[in-house]
Write a protein that binds this ligand. Structure first.
Ligand SMILES: *Cc1c(COP(=O)(O)O)cnc(C)c1O
Length: 389
């Protein structure tokens, strides 16, 4: 039996009947751009997150882009984001003509190191983009304090991986000026193609984002601003609307799997004391965070006596692949070391981002994993550690 990193069929096919009738409803409505289907979904997500407005868009990437555009961020501006993140976080900053300024990460939560972000503020800084990586929120109180202390920097929460997560009881995405989400199929609310959404409780920013979503036109063919086509499809929101009531149950399933892994793998040596050959550091959730476990990400630590040239994380990945267990390296190269950012990042060093890129390995966590599959993953990791003891 194989253990894929993600299997969407069990989740989607369980709702096949409802999905098909949602499809048929939109088909028969004859309306394929915005309208009541989209508005209903936007209201439901706004309520779930705890924000006043939600604006459905074409992808999680476009949600970040639109947030930056609505805030009027552009050439000459600097925007701070973590280096250890998915490319879209930084790519969108560059696409509006601003300069991404990369900050280091926390080794425990994998999220923005707020002290390092503070060191990177200059008179040109306009915004901070914390990322709620792997489903756990960044330290938002400290991010907001930092933003307020510096002439009210804007805050965009990249919550692509964190729909339904909470920080001290508040919905991920509802704390900054904007929160952005993705419905890419691997996210906790996985859609049927590309789609995203942004939330805000600021009426003026919401109006601006809506305007820019449709080519900056309040009335068709009369353009107040230069926007883009960032619309979400009603077909997409109708289908997502079928899955949305199940989101909490999906995330609970992921959490159950995370608790199982942690209970079974906790005896393996981690970082301290120094492992002989290889150590495995398990991910953890801060007690004030409601973590939704979009990923369960291990750190594979190289011990003093590791005597192979191969990175031990890569060795574990190969070992698991040989047992038909799917894994992924999120993310193998931090943003400050990407070719496309060479001119902005220069020779900057971000030690923790670089360490995480070398050590991280995400293992299967999707809610429909069977107990047998979970056991196979645990056994394989234990065997790898035993062979390298
Ligand atoms: C998935 C993701 C995005 C982009 O979402 P898309 O819908 O794929 O465009 C942005 N940021 C992070 C952290 C993500 O995980």
């Amino acid at each position: 039996m194989k253990v894929p990193l993600l299997d969407l069929n069990s989740q989607n096919l369980a709702l096949a009947g409802e999905l098909e009738s949602a499809f048929t409803r939109v088909l028969r409505s004859g309306r394929f751009i915005l309208g009541p289907e989209v508005e209903k979904f936007e209201r439901d997500v706004a309520d779930l997150v705890g924000a006043r407005h939600a604006i459905g868009v074409s992808s999680g990437t476009d949600a970040i882009l639109l947030a930056l555009m609505a805030l009027g961020i552009g050439p000459g501006d600097e925007v701070i984001c973590p280096s250890f993140t998915f490319f879209a976080t930084a790519g969108c900053i560059a696409r509006v003509g601003a300069t991404p300024v990369f900050a280091d990460s926390c080794p425990v939560s994998f999220n923005l190191d707020v002290e390092d972000a503070a060191r990177k503020i200059t008179p040109r800084t306009r915004a901070i983009v914390p990322v709620h990586l792997f489903g756990q929120t960044a330290e938002m109180d400290r991010v907001m304090e930092l933003a307020t202390a510096h002439h009210k920097l804007a805050v965009i929460e990249d919550a692509a991986q964190a729909l339904g997560a909470q920080y001290r009881g508040r919905g991920a995405g509802s704390i900054g000026d904007f929160g952005t989400f993705s419905f890419y199929p691997s996210k906790n609310l996985g859609g049927f193609g590309d789609a995203g959404l942004l939330v805000t409780s600021n009426d003026a920013l919401a109006a601006e984002a809506r305007l820019l979503r449709g080519h900056g036109a309040e009335h068709k063919y009369f353009h107040k601003k230069v926007g883009g086509n960032f619309r979400i499809d009603p077909m997409q929101t109708a289908l997502l609307g079928v899955k949305l009531p199940h989101l909490a149950e999906y995330s609970d399933g992921r959490r159950r799997n995370a608790v199982f892994y942690t209970s079974q793998l906790a005896q393996i040596p981690g970082e301290c004391p120094c492992p002989k050959k290889v150590g495995i550091v398990l991910p953890s959730a801060y007690p004030h965070n409601h973590h939704i476990w979009n990923q369960y990400t291990l750190r594979v630590i190289r011990g003093e006596q590791w005597n192979r040239t191969e990175n031990p994380r890569d060795a574990l990945q190969k070992f698991l692949t040989a047992r038909e267990i799917g894994t992924e390296i999120y993310y193998p190269r931090p943003m400050h070391m990407q070719e496309c950012f060479a001119s902005v990042a220069g020779a900057a060093r971000l030690p923790m981002a670089e360490t995480l890129a070398a050590e991280c390995l995400s293992i299967p966590i999707f809610p429909d994993l069977t107990h047998e599959q979970l056991e196979m993953v645990v056994t394989a990791i234990r065997d790898f550690v035993a062979q390298n003891a």
